[in-house]
Design a protein around this ligand. Sequence first.
Ligand SMILES: Nc1ncnc2c1ncn2[C@@H]1O[C@H](COP(=O)(O)OP(=O)(O)O)[C@@H](O)[C@H]1O
Ligand SMILES: O=C(OP(=O)(O)O)[C@H](O)COP(=O)(O)O
Length: 395
Amino acid sequence: MRTIDDLDVAGRRVLVRADLNVPLEDGRITDDGRIRASLPTIEALRTRGARVIVCAHLGRPKGQVKPEFSLAPVARRLGELLGTDVTFASDVVGDSARAAAEGLADGGVALLENLRFEPGETSKDDAERGALADRLAALAEIYVGDGFGAVHRKHASVYDVPRRLPHAAGGLIAAEVEVLKRLTEDVERPYAVALGGSKVSDKLGVIDNLLGKADRILIGGGMVFTFLKAQGHEVGESLLEEDQLDTVRDYLRRAEETGVEFVLPVDIVAATAFAADADHAVVAADAIPADRLGLDIGPESGKLFASRLADARTVFWNGPMGVFEMEPYSHGTRAVAQGLIDSGAFTVVGGGDSAAAVRRLGFDEAAFSHISTGGGASLEYLEGKTLPGLQALED
Ligand SMILES: Nc1ncnc2c1ncn2[C@@H]1O[C@H](COP(=O)(O)OP(=O)(O)O)[C@@H](O)[C@H]1O
Ligand SMILES: O=C(OP(=O)(O)O)[C@H](O)COP(=O)(O)O
């Protein structure tokens, strides 16, 4: 893969695809880790006199303009962190984007509005994605891929634009790949993988491959309930992927055959509503009341998970164990984070929210071997899959 050092960027317009998908609460950024992680590449390009046009997505607005998914707050924060004005374009490839790109001076920075306001960005149709990619490519002369968290997406800005412009990988992608490679080569065992979070349908699939690689798979977060249901337990109003039940039963059976250990929670914090002030109680994992939803693993599960991490030599963790953003449901995530640290293993935490959780709960980032900006991306990398965003940079 070419890196930005191989490019002559002075005075040229460079389109940087970053992952600036940060958590927001009431329009306020609650964790700017992904913006900070994008700075070195943007700064390196500016220093060399490039005119930097940053593009990124926020959340999943599904091809519609939804003001709550605007990147405007991110543009402000990016400007503060860079210590310079960032021109914010109010569209992706329209008049505002073109004017922002054309108005840049050498070393200047612009940010385009949320790429996912354009249906072409996430379209499965090559022509529809291609049409958006043509318009994005027309804004710049060079493309730099640096949004590691999105490299597993075959999206216009990730996959199609680099095929239209001279391109290179930014420093973040290069650094992430370097560390994750270690987990695909000779891992020190026991190798434990902890999975949680809310993107259940996206991430259940990776277990198929992990069954051949990991020694232990710990399941928490929104993942839990499809497992509990597959074992025949009721899960009340909890997050559930009904159409994945057979797949999960197959995983449980294969794990037994191959000696891979699934570690499932034994207790759950079950609440009457998805709210911090909702009535909540610890219940046995096989006795979730019909009118409640599970929002965290319980205290016994926290201890169990920590004990199954204690002698691991390698740990990969993606996905918070509960709704850590609300204090009553943050304890499971805290227990697992502490378990990783106490293990003394080679520990990698991946994912926008997992990384945010580690920081929000007050852990020292340096206590982990690596904190990756990508959850789904690092999981798919570990599976050995060809990631569209990396493939496009290699071609
Ligand atoms: N039991 C649960 N029910 C619903 N949401 C959950 C549950 N446990 C965790 N979550 C949510 O999962 C989200 C993070 O999921 P995900 O995006 O998959 O992780 P990451 O960004 O680290 O890859 C968090 O916002 C958290 O509140
Ligand atoms: O937050 C992200 O991924 P992650 O939650 O797996 O870390 C990336 O920005 C990708 O977002 P997407 O999963 O909506 O494509």
